[in-house]
Ligand binder design. Structure first.
Ligand code: BG6
Length: 490
């Protein structure tokens, strides 16, 4: 069986959030659940248990979350009466996740006969203990599902360990490894663009595609996450998961169906086809950067080393650019350029498919070599554009690039749910297609780990870049060597 099925749509549902008053819960999970409640997409008898160690009663809990969660819901969607009915679905349970005895209190509160979803929004070091304690309290049955939040490991060995540990208590089809990029509307739309249209597929390969760029640029800095981020860095935080998942969706073969394993088998093949990097490749084809003081979003921004709680000699990277190759028939000789960073010039996430150069031009100097591009913008707004060449009006045959614009905001009046909301509903419905399978996660680590190891061996400090820029000059040089340039259009 490929997907985990709830017992029946009418069964009550208990959603238990470990780390229920933590940052992720307050910023993403509870707001997403509020939105689902507002739009009536939660099963009727859904109850949410936010777990935390604080010895709070209900009113202390509500007091804590009220302002915080409301701030993340957005004024347009927030309504007093909806909030009041939403919090009736919510309980706070004081549980020390490492204390087996505390689980009796949780069990006593839960609805009899309910389907159970456990969302582990905690440090992964707690995962196995939580699973063991749930099991000991007889809270795991064949219908239970567990959601694992990243970081899922620090390297291949620790990822395997987590998978092994959780696998002692849950079957693979009960495990939802979340990568919220897979919940983004445009990312899911990329699958429709590729497999719901016929015009791209014949061209979606070498030699008709010259290169692929995947950029996830953020204008924010490390913020208050120094403790987590400094031991992690951009490679583990972003490339290992979000960027490689985007790469998979661009590069995978058409799956036979939307069945979770059909899709994940194809993504796994891509990950396994990534050409491994030796130290010399790492030196040539990757760039690590770290931001220095500058300006972001119109305000002065400190450098990474001046951020609160960052060691002044930290060599953690806040930027990565690299060139990857996929060794298979479809993608032979097509470089995939990946780039991500904090404190960059803009919050901009984009996939750019650069089609092949014109083999020959009859239009003289006004014909560019590199002409057709498909640009899939994920953030801040969602749109898909195809750059074509057109004739400038007037006499003569002068060419100019113009864009065919698929403006998804205008085309669809429907509400676009945020990634976490969409993925939480998938979990509730037992749909695994947009979650990572164990072997996928491990294959991604297997490719990333030698790069991190290579950086260690090379012993170089990350290259500085000014906050508010597009990253170190070496990142442009990496592209220039291939006759390309990052597309940086607002
Ligand atoms: C998270 C990373 O997974 O993704 C963060 O841990 C990052 O460092 C975030 O800021 C970016 O997500 P989004 O949806 O804002 O692009």
């Amino acid at each position: 069986m490929a997907s985990s099925q709830p017992s029946s749509l009418a069964a009550p549902l208990d959603l238990v959030i470990f780390g229920g008053v933590g940052d992720l819960s307050v910023r993403k999970l509870l707001p997403a659940l509020y939105m689902a409640h507002l739009h009536n997409t939660l099963p009727e008898q859904t109850h949410i248990y936010a777990l935390g160690r604080q010895a709070w009663d209900r009113s202390a809990f509500l007091h804590f979350i009220e302002d915080k969660v409301r701030g993340f819901i957005g004024a347009k969607a927030y309504r007093d009466e909806v909030w009041a009915s939403f919090v009736r679905r919510l309980s706070y349970v004081s549980v020390d996740a490492t204390e087996a005895a505390d689980y009796a209190g949780l069990k006593a509160e839960m609805q009899p006969g309910a389907d159970r979803v456990y969302y582990l929004a905690t440090a992964p070091s707690l995962f196995v203990g939580i699973c063991a304690n749930l099991k000991a309290a007889d809270l795991i049955d064949g219908r239970a599902r567990v959601v694992l939040e990243k970081p899922l490991g620090h390297d291949l060995a620790s990822a395997r360990q987590i998978n092994h540990d959780v696998g002692q208590y849950f079957q693979e089809q009960q495990i939802f490894r979340i990568d919220h990029y897979l919940g983004k509307e445009t990312v899911q739309n990329l699958m429709v663009l590729r497999f719901g249209n016929s015009i791209f597929e014949p061209l979606w390969r070498s030699p008709y595609i010259k290169s692929v760029q995947i950029t996830v640029a953020e204008s924010v800095g490390v913020g208050s996450r120094a403790g987590f981020y400094d031991g992690t860095g951009a490679m583990r935080d972003m490339v290992q998961n979000h960027l490689l998942q985007l790469l998979c969706i661009v590069a995978m073969e058409p799956p036979v169906s939307l069945d979770p394993d059909a899709v994940r088998d194809e993504k796994l093949k891509v990950l396994r086809s990534l050409r491994p990097m030796a130290v010399a490749d790492v030196a040539r084809d990757t760039v690590r950067g770290q931001y220095t003081a500058g300006a972001a979003d119109g305000e002065a921004a400190p450098g990474y080393l001046q951020e609160e709680n960052i060691p002044e000699d930290s060599s953690t990277e806040t930027f990565v650019a690299l060139k990857a190759h996929i060794s298979n028939w479809r993608w032979a000789n097509v470089p995939f350029f990946l780039r991500t960073g904090k404190r960059m010039a803009a919050r901009q996430s984009e996939i750019v498919i650069e089609f092949a150069d014109l083999p020959f031009t009859i239009f003289g100097d006004s014909a560019h070599k590199s002409v057709n591009r498909l640009m899939i913008r994920l953030q801040p707004e969602e749109h898909i554009q195809l750059q074509m060449m057109a004739k400038e009006p007037g006499s003569g045959m002068k060419l100019r690039p113009v864009k065919l614009d698929l403006d998804l905001q205008t085309a669809f009046a429907e509400r676009r749910a945020e990634a976490y909301e969409r993925l939480l509903i998938d979990v509730i419905k037992g749909r695994l297609t947009h979650f990572m399978r164990r072997d996928e996660l491990e294959a991604a680590w297997a490719w990333v780990e030698p790069i991190i190891e290579g950086w260690k061996q090379l012993g170089e400090k990350p290259k500085p870049y000014t906050a508010g820029s597009w990253g170190p000059a070496a990142s442009s040089a990496l592209m220039a060597r291939e006759g390309s340039a990052w597309v940086e259009e607002a």
